[in-house]
Ligand binder design. Structure first.
Ligand code: NAP
Length: 338
């Protein structure tokens, strides 16, 4: 198998740092690696696999000879550099929302819709974090009983909004406890001791952009019909890391909670913790820092025919961004798609 030259674009950010760690953990077999950021962090030294690298400012020439770019530097940066990367024969695996709904760009969760990777034309998109964790759970259930209707409520950690948001939770909490005034910058409302029912901006239909991402991306990844009803409510909670989701699914065909448990126990990337009698169910503290998507509270939904409700928790920085990006990179190398 050929060994690619790799670049990590946005290497100094929350997701970029996680990508760097996971490239090492998944033992990605590369020829050369480079770390790119904006001018702000250029020059920073970074230790990786026993060697010291200097972070470079991303410029078009940075992508000369680079085969695979793992990008988490925001949509504007991805849009700016995508043509430069593709022109040079590279493959961009992008974490931003810039290309996700582009019909020429595969939107992929590794081990869910790998075949879509074969259709790439130089850009592959990584789904939004709240969609990502859901896919590993929904795919095997959809295969068994066919999704008819889906309602998702998310409880999302601040790490999903970047480093500045993590710091804002700490500073806002300290200020609240000290009885001091605090000016919120990342969120529209105080995040300390609060739940904010807004992630991203509002759309004309009253949903937020984040909620509509779950609706649209789920359909694209699972190849569901455009008219299949999906609804989502997304809230930001004062948790550092790990997104939680309450998921209500109506299926075409009958499926029992025991069957769901059995299917998910045998599914790639999913771990079932479901013994409420012993207070065993997944929480963000179980999920933060590890790879599986956790499922629990699996029960018959009382409002739907053939309905199942469950609770799904995962590390949004890993499966929701960095882990899936690096797994896609692994697949691109294995399937020789670069
Ligand atoms: N956090 C999540 O859970 C999550 C999940 C899925 C997707 N994403 C997406 O991933 C991206 C990064 O998120 P993050 O949370 O890691 O943000 P972050 O912590 O703010 O990091 C941003 C990174 O992008 C770099 N950057 C900014 N402007 C640049 C430019 N013009 N040229 C080159 N590099 C530039 C920054 O470099 P400097 O250090 O020089 O500023 C930094 O390395 C966003 O698109 C976000 O939507 C995040």
């Amino acid at each position: 198998m050929r060994k690619p030259n790799i670049a990590i674009l946005g290497a100094t950010g929350v997701v970029g740092r996680e990508i760097t760690k996971i490239v090492d953990e998944l033992k990605i077999d590369f020829n050369e690696i480079k770390f790119l950021s904006s001018a702000k962090s250029a020059g920073i030294k970074l230790e990786f696999q026993g060697k010291t690298y200097t972070v470079e400012e991303a410029k078009p020439e940075s992508f000369d000879g680079v085969n695979i770019v793992l990008a988490s530097a925001g949509g504007t940066t991805s849009q700016k550099f995508a043509p430069e990367i593709v022109k040079r024969g590279g493959v961009l695996i992008d974490n931003s929302s810039a290309f996700r709904m582009d019909e020429n760009v595969p939107l992929v969760i590794a081990y869910v819709n790998d075949d879509d990777l074969k259709k790439h034309k130089g850009i592959i998109a990584n789904p939004n974090c709240s969609t990502s964790q859901l896919m590993l759970v929904l795919k095997p259930l959809h295969e068994k009983a066919k999704i008819k209707r889906l309602i998702v409520s998310t409880y999302q950690a601040v790490s999903g909004a970047g480093l500045a948001a993590i710091n804002e939770l700490t500073d806002n909490t300290k200020a609240t406890l000290a009885g001091e005034e605090f000016e919120n910058k990342c969120f529209k409302k105080p995040i300390s001791f609060n739940v904010i029912p807004q992630i991203d901006v509002f759309c004309q239909n009253g949903y937020t952009k984040e909620e509509m991402k779950v609706v649209k991306e789920t359909k694209k990844i699972l190849h569901l019909p455009e008219n299949l009803p999906i609804s989502c409510t997304a809230a930001r909670v004062p948790v550092y890391n790990g997104h939680s989701e309450a998921v209500d699914i109506e299926f075409e065909n009958e499926i029992s909670p025991d069957e769901v448990r059995e299917i998910l126990k045998n599914s790639f990337g999913v771990k079932v913790i479901d013994n409420p009698d012993n207070f065993e169910y997944p929480t963000t503290r179980d999920a933060s820092g590890v790879d599986p998507v956790f499922a629990g509270r699996i029960r018959k939904n009382l409002a739907f025919n053939n309905g199942i409700s469950l609770w799904c928790v995962a590390d949004n920085l890993r499966i929701g961004a960095a882990l899936n990006t690096v797994r896609i990179c692994q697949k691109v190398i294995e399937m020789e798609l670069y």
